[in-house]
Design a binder for this molecule. Structure first.
Ligand SMILES: *Cc1c(COP(=O)(O)O)cnc(C)c1O
Length: 398
């Protein structure tokens, strides 16, 4: 991660196809487009990647989460259980629908804690949204069981985990609906873009219509199409899809590079007994987009994070230094700052944020450091980085 590091002729060729005929819109203009349907081609490529029956491209990962939930009928007043360690987009996407995000603890996978999910279920719960953080995954079999026995939808926000698998299945294709982002810093980038993945034909049809003003996409005359229901514009453009198409073909190559770089650093850090690694549930394989590890306590983690910073080793310490991934720094959401009035029902549903503590999550996040694994590093650079990290961690432990 991120795909923009390896950018070149393949991307340029796909974009030029689109520029040659000037049809930047994904629908219609059949006669003008010279056979170029980049969005459709990308959807087909992603169906193969995710081994899923249906893929609907949208304008961003945030849009993907919102469209996925809407397509399955999640709306006003419904509760959606989600982890307190995520990207703030997953919270926003629920709020956009007038639904209520119910934040719960994570465990040592850095994903949803199944026990916390169970404890948060109420008669209003409609869905569980698992967020596959930092290239890893939550305990999916436990979550699948919980959702099944409580008749809840399981939605996967797999924006950070493209290329990871669980029991051989691509992350994002395990729940009822999966969501991906192709924003500028993700493993596969199209500049901006996202995808909803599902095997459910009704959800797919809903996502297809909903993301384009409710258009039914029957026939080839947009003006004559009917609109079975309300929709909005969450479309991707052909230019973005063209870039994504070139990038997705390189996914296996990107994952292989990530894995190689990840393993060099992991092996080096394994020498230090005080360092432990994020748990990967049995049957799971990470996407290797990040290497996430734990230090013994907050004090040491703080020291290591500062030492990394001073020595040019970029790494995320979400507990202190990051405002958009962990509940601890979400003051604007805890204080409910909104440009427009929020319904009394949602306000009431979010009251728990005033008092709820997330001690179990603090226990992990306060000791966790996550390093982005880059695609452009040379082997020498990775090895130098790995030994620098070992040296700095040892000094902080001494
Ligand atoms: C990036 C990301 C998103 C949102 O994607 P955008 O395309 O930037 O809107 C949602 N969830 C997670 C976990 C992400 O990392």
């Amino acid at each position: 991660m991120p795909g923009f590091e390896l950018f070149g002729d393949l991307e340029r060729k796909e974009v030029n196809d689109v520029l040659d005929n000037g049809v930047l819109m994904r629908y219609g203009f059949d006669g003008m487009r010279n056979g170029h349907w980049k969005s459709k081609e990308l959807e087909t490529a992603l169906q193969n990647t995710f081994q899923a029956n249906h893929v609907q491209l949208v304008s961003s990962g945030t849009a993907a989460v919102s469209v996925a939930l809407a397509s399955a009928g999640v709306g006003a007043g419904d509760e959606v259980i989600m982890p307190c360690f995520t990207f703030v987009a997953s919270f926003e996407a629920i709020m956009m629908l007038g639904a209520i995000p119910v934040l719960v603890d994570i465990d040592d996978t850095l994903g949803l804690d199944p026990e916390a999910v169970k404890a948060a279920i109420t008669p209003k719960t409609k869905a569980v949204m698992v967020v596959q953080m930092c290239g890893g995954m939550a305990n999916m079999s436990a979550l699948l069981d919980i959702c099944k026995s409580n008749n809840l939808l399981l939605v996967e926000d797999a924006c950070q985990a493209i290329g990871g698998t669980y029991n051989g299945k691509p992350l994002g294709s395990i729940g009822d609906l999966g969501c991906f982002s192709f924003d500028f810093v993700k493993t596969i980038t199209s500049g901006e873009g996202g995808a909803v993945v599902t095997n459910n034909e009704d959800y797919y049809t809903n996502a297809d219509h909903y993301s384009d003003h409710g258009h039914d996409h029957v026939g080839n005359d947009r003006g004559a199409e009917t609109h079975p229901f309300l929709g909005y514009n969450f479309r991707i453009s052909e230019l973005h899809a063209a870039v994504g198409l070139a990038q997705v073909r390189r996914l296996p190559e990107f994952i292989a590079i990530q894995k190689k770089n990840f393993n060099i650093i992991k092996e080096a850090l394994s020498e230090i007994p005080e360092v432990t690694f994020r748990t990967v549930p049995e049957g799971g394989e990470e996407s290797y987009a990040f290497l996430s590890f734990f230090l013994p306590d907050l004090e040491i983690a703080t020291k290591v994070s500062s030492a990394f910073k001073e020595n040019g080793v970029d790494a995320c310490f979400h507990y202190f230094n990051n405002n958009w991934h962990y509940i601890r720094k979400w003051e604007h959401l805890k204080d409910m700052k909104s440009l427009f009035p929020i319904s009394a029902e949602v306000k009431n549903g979010l009251k728990y944020l005033e008092t709820k503590t997330f001690e179990k999550s603090d226990h992990y996040i306060a000791r966790n450091i996550s390093c982005l694994i880059k695609l452009s590093w040379t082997e020498e650079e990775v090895k130098a980085r790995a030994s620098k990290m070992v040296e700095l961690i040892k000094a902080c432990l001494a």
